[in-house]
Design a protein around this ligand. Sequence first.
Ligand code: PMT
Length: 418
Amino acid sequence: MRKFRIGLGVTGGIAAYKAVEVLRLLQKSACEVSVAMTRHATEFIQPLTFRALTDKHVIVDDYDPANPDPIAHINFSQSIDLLLIVPATANIIGKFANGVADDFISSTYLATTAPVMIAPAMNVTMWEQPATRRNVAQLKADGVRFVEPISGELACKTVGTGKLEDVENIVAQALGLLRNGESFEDPHTARRTPNSIDLRDERFLITVGGTREAIDPVRFISNHSSGKMGFAVAEAARDRGADVTVVAGVTTVEPPENVKVIRGVSAQEMFDGVMKELPNVTVFVGAAAVADYAPVNAANAKIKKDDRDELTLQLKKTPDILANVSKNRHQGLLVVGFAAETNDVIGYARSKMEKKGLDIVVANDITKVGAGFNTDTNIATIITRENESEQPLMSKRELADRILDAVIEMRKAAQAPA
Ligand code: PMT
C-alpha cells in the first residue's frame, strides 16, 4: 500500500518538542514525513533532531543557500497528502487566515492543495482573543481541520484552554482523515482529501513521454517530451483510486509508484503496447508526444558522411494511436487526447477532437512560458463537446486533477436520466 506523505510544520511554541513525538508516531504508522519549521520554532528545538529522525533536510528558510531545492515551497507543497501543523501558534493561524506568505510554512499553505490540519497551542488569552477566534473561524470556513487545544495547566502557569491536544489524538485524527478520506472539498480552495477515491471503478491507460524513431543504430528522430504531464495524470488517477497502466516512451522523470509501466519507445512499439492493454481499460489518455513520421527503413549500420553535402531521409507515417483507440473503442471507453499547438490552439484542438473522435481534448499552447514540454507547470484549455474550460498556469499535477474532474463530469452526465 502507498505510504501517506505528510508535511509536518512546526511553529514557535513551547509545545514544539511534542512535534517530535508526533513525527515518531506517524512514522510508526508507515507515513513518510517531511518537516518544515519556522525560525521561531528553532528557538525551542533544533532542526537537527528532525533531520536525524527523517533523514531529510528540514526546511526553515527557502532562501537558505544550504536548502537543496531552489523552489522548495512549491515542490514540498505538491508532494504531500496532508499539511499538519503541530504546534500552531496564533501567529501562523493569523497568517494562514489572511493569506500572508512571508516564510516557508505560510508559503506552503498557500501553494498546496492537500488538506490542512492544525493543532494549536498557546496561552489561553491569546486563544480566546477575538482576532484569533476570527482567524480560526475563517480557516474552518476555508476547509482547514482543527485538532482543538485542550484545557489544563499551560506553560505560562495559567489554567485554561490552549494546551496542545495529546499527541496520540493528533496522530489518530490525522490518520483518520487520510484513511477515511472524508471529503471537505471547498470550491474556493479546491483542497482535496488524498482519498477522494472518486475513480475507484476506473481503469486508466495513459501514453506518456516522447517516442524515438531510429534513423540508424546511433541516431533518431524525437521530441522534447519529458513525461511529466502524462505521469501527473497517472499519479492523480492512482491517488483517486483508479487502476493505472502507462505505456511510456522516452521520459526524463521517474514514473509514480504503484502504476504499471510498459515501455514502448517508438510509435509502433507504443501502439503495440496500447492495443494489447486496451480491452482491459475504461479510460484512455493520450498524453504522449508521438512522432507523426518515422524513417522508412532504419539503417542497420551507422550512416557514413562520405562526401555527401546532403542526406535525404524518407519518412513514413506512424500509426495514429489515439485515432485507432477511438476507432476501435469498446462500450463505455472514454477517450482523452492532448493537442500541443503553437497557433489557433482551440481551432486545431477542436478539429483533432472531430477527426480522432475524442470525448475530451486538452489543448496546450506550447509557445507560452510555463506551458508544454518539460516544464513542471502547464497552461491549457480542457475541451469537451459542450464546454471549454480555460486553465491558467498551474502545476501539471493540478491540471491532471482538473482533467480527471472532467472525466467524472462526463460519467455523471452519461448516467443522468435523459
Ligand atoms: O511530457 P511533457 O514534457 O510533460 O510535455 C507534455 C506534452 C506537451 C507532451 C503534453 O501536454 C501534450 O500536449 N501531449 C500531446 C503532444 C502531441 O503530440 O500532440 P499532437 O497534437 O501531435 O497529437 C494529438 C494527440 O494525438 C495527442 O494526444 C497524441 O498523444 C496523439 N497521437 C499523435 C500522433 C500519433 N501517431 N499517435 C497519437 O496517439
